[in-house]
Ligand binder design. Sequence first.
Ligand SMILES: Cc1cc2nc3c(=O)[nH]c(=O)nc-3n(C[C@H](O)[C@H](O)[C@H](O)COP(=O)(O)OP(=O)(O)OC[C@H]3O[C@@H](n4cnc5c(N)ncnc54)[C@H](O)[C@@H]3O)c2cc1C
Length: 366
Amino acid sequence: GRVTGVHGEILEPSGAARGEASSRVAVGSFEASGAAIVVTTGGIGGNHTTVRQQWPDGRAPRTMLSGVPASVDGEFLAAAARAGGRLINGDRMWHYPEGIRNHSPVWPQHGIRILPGPSSLWLDASGQMLPAPLFPGFDSLGALRHILGTGHEHSWFVLNRTIARKEFALSGSEQNPDLTGKDLRLLASRLGPGNDSPLQRFLDRGVDFLQADTPAGLAAAMNSLTGLPLVDPAGLDRLIRSRDRQFDSGLGKDPQLAAIRAARRFTTDKVMRVAPPHRMLDPRHGPLLAVRLSVLTRKSLGGLHTDLQSRVLDGAGQPVPGLFAAGEAAGFGGGGIHGYRALEGTFLGGCLFSGRSAGRAAASAV
Ligand SMILES: Cc1cc2nc3c(=O)[nH]c(=O)nc-3n(C[C@H](O)[C@H](O)[C@H](O)COP(=O)(O)OP(=O)(O)OC[C@H]3O[C@@H](n4cnc5c(N)ncnc54)[C@H](O)[C@@H]3O)c2cc1C
């Protein structure tokens, strides 16, 4: 359903009710009526038209996957703006370069984000390694900017089965039945070798997943998937063998191998997230895998301008009577409580905190 008023009618904050019911409550008259609206409709990631309009340098990718449901469309943000609320920081968004097409989509263009450990080779569309320190899982925004700067929109993880099993987590409640279902037995199974069922489904059915026994075979599959002869088989072979030589000698100065060794000094990462270093071409760890990655829309750090009580402000910095906003609709409570370059995973806290402020302020207002 859509946002409804206290009498159940569908509301536009401009004052007009939609549909057949007449509006008895509108934002402009909330103060007088003693009612309040708290806008918590999320960001804009489900609306690619708006995402494109707000893309920082105007050069959004032609193809994007949706990392949020279509209902997260920003429609109500526009309506709140028509009621006087000021929209700010629209170009502050977090979209991810590690998106894969969901084999069983829940919403249109449904993409899943891979939360990667550090061991995969990350290659651009033409098979060149992303420069240090753009290793998997290190700097999503930096990697996104670099990839789009190559003139292509996709990139690749190249790895093997051992790395995939240990290091690929998939973002999303349906991809993590142990956490979603609070199932401790299933959670513990993440540590065992059988922990690959959601991942296995992608290996079996995901259109972006390719397997081969040799680098040349993998390059051929990559070129066939995109229909573009961009990945040089000999070049990919050299890249993988050069990584393996660095591992063999133990002396190489490859910054990614150094980062992997550093990550394994942290016990949780060692147990849960980082595969023991090994030769990528070791057949015991095969087959080789390539995963085509696409841009995935996700978080909006812009939104309705609010103060510390989550009151929506107008262009003059004055509260719009009766109108509050929280969560992503308010740019995580004020343009991103933790800042644009916030630590991954800290966004939800700002949503909850601004929701608490909004709830308290709205309760005192009515
Ligand atoms: C797969 C995934 C993984 C994530 N992982 C993390 C993480 O690990 N850590 C982290 O901090 N953040 C994470 N995020 C981001 C975080 O979940 C969101 O920022 C947060 O859920 C936003 O909360 P919200 O309540 O503001 O908006 P939402 O959760 O988007 O809720 C908005 C709701 O409003 C509804 N709605 C929209 N328009 C209307 C309308 N006109 N009328 C009525 N209803 C409407 C929508 O249907 C939706 O239910 C993740 C997001 C996704 C999608």
